[in-house]
Design a protein around this ligand. Structure first.
Ligand SMILES: Nc1ncnc2c1ncn2[C@@H]1O[C@H](COP(=O)(O)OP(=O)(O)OP(=O)(O)O)[C@@H](O)[C@H]1O
Length: 254
């Protein structure tokens, strides 16, 4: 049984259909990347998987159980979510913020083990040195890593990452993606991440889901989805696929 199953998920914002009948599975230890143009429904899909948005049709299953029947705290113990945008109180310290990732486990206060796990999560994203800083004293890339650390602190079985490499310099992009790969391969975490960088998607994914206008345009292994004709139809721009480098670049000549 797949750890995460998304079946016919259809989501509306008022009268606007943002997702139409989206289905796919993710097994333990797998990385699935969601690609697609702005507004194609990637973030909406992550929010539906996390149970923040309720599908009008279809369902999301975790280990065979439909999340619609699960308590918020129970979902939060299984799923760690690093959103694209986060509203935070700026005077909070990094460590206190990352600790909130332990909330699904904590009773009225955090335990020593919660603190240890928050510190470990910061170490995993190479941000231990920031623990005592206030959130408003971080650079964009530092803040991105801290948000990912909060998702890791809950030791989730399913990790949802919305644009995890945004704001990061090349070294930190490679570090974060390698850390995600290790979590999947080493700890069996099922990862679902939205990416605009198609080379990252090509290199670090087991499966790719290409979205267009709220529907699945293609789903498969990177080498099957990263095709120039397919990407042109999804993005409406010419992209060059370099299979020998597992890379995709924008063709600026057209
Ligand atoms: N709260 C909302 N109310 C109404 N429409 C929304 C809401 N959130 C998103 N949308 C619309 O739903 C569609 C899908 O948005 P979504 O954020 O899922 O796209 P995305 O693929 O993640 O885009 P991006 O790559 O720009 O982050 C867009 O047309 C967007 O304008």
């Amino acid at each position: 049984m797949p750890l995460l199953k998304v079946l016919g998920v259809t989501v509306y914002y008022g009268d606007f259909k943002a997702l139409g009948g989206v289905s796919f599975d993710v097994e333990r230890g797998e990385i699935l990347s969601i690609i697609g143009p702005n507004g194609s429904g990637k973030t909406t899909l992550l929010r539906a998987i996390d149970g923040i948005l309720r599908p009008r049709l279809g369902a999301v299953y975790l280990d065979g159980r439909e999340i619609a029947g699960m308590e918020r705290r129970e979902i939060a113990r299984i799923i760690g979510y690093s959103p694209q945008r986060v509203d935070v109180q700026s005077y909070v310290t990094v460590l206190d913020f990352v600790l909130t990732g332990r909330r699904p486990y904590a009773s009225w206060d955090y335990s020593e083990s919660d603190y240890r796990k928050a510190v470990e999560a910061l170490r995993a994203v190479n941000a231990s040195h920031l623990a005592a800083r206030r959130l408003d004293q971080l650079s964009g890339g530092e803040f991105r890593r801290v948000v990912i650390a909060r998702a890791l602190a809950g030791e989730p079985d399913v990790l949802l990452l919305d644009e995890p490499t945004n704001d990061l310099d090349p070294k930190h992009q490679v570090e974060i993606l390698s850390a995600i790969r290790r979590l999947a391969s080493g700890r069996g975490v099922a990862v679902v991440m939205c990416l605009h960088d198609l080379t990252h998607a090509y290199r670090y994914s087991d499966k790719i889901l290409a979205m267009k206008d709220g529907s699945v345009y293609a789903f498969g292994r990177p080498e099957d989805v990263m095709r120039e004709d397919l990407l042109r139809e999804v993005y409406g721009v010419s992209l060059k696929v370099l299979p020998e480098h597992r890379a995709v670049i924008i063709d600026h000549s057209l």
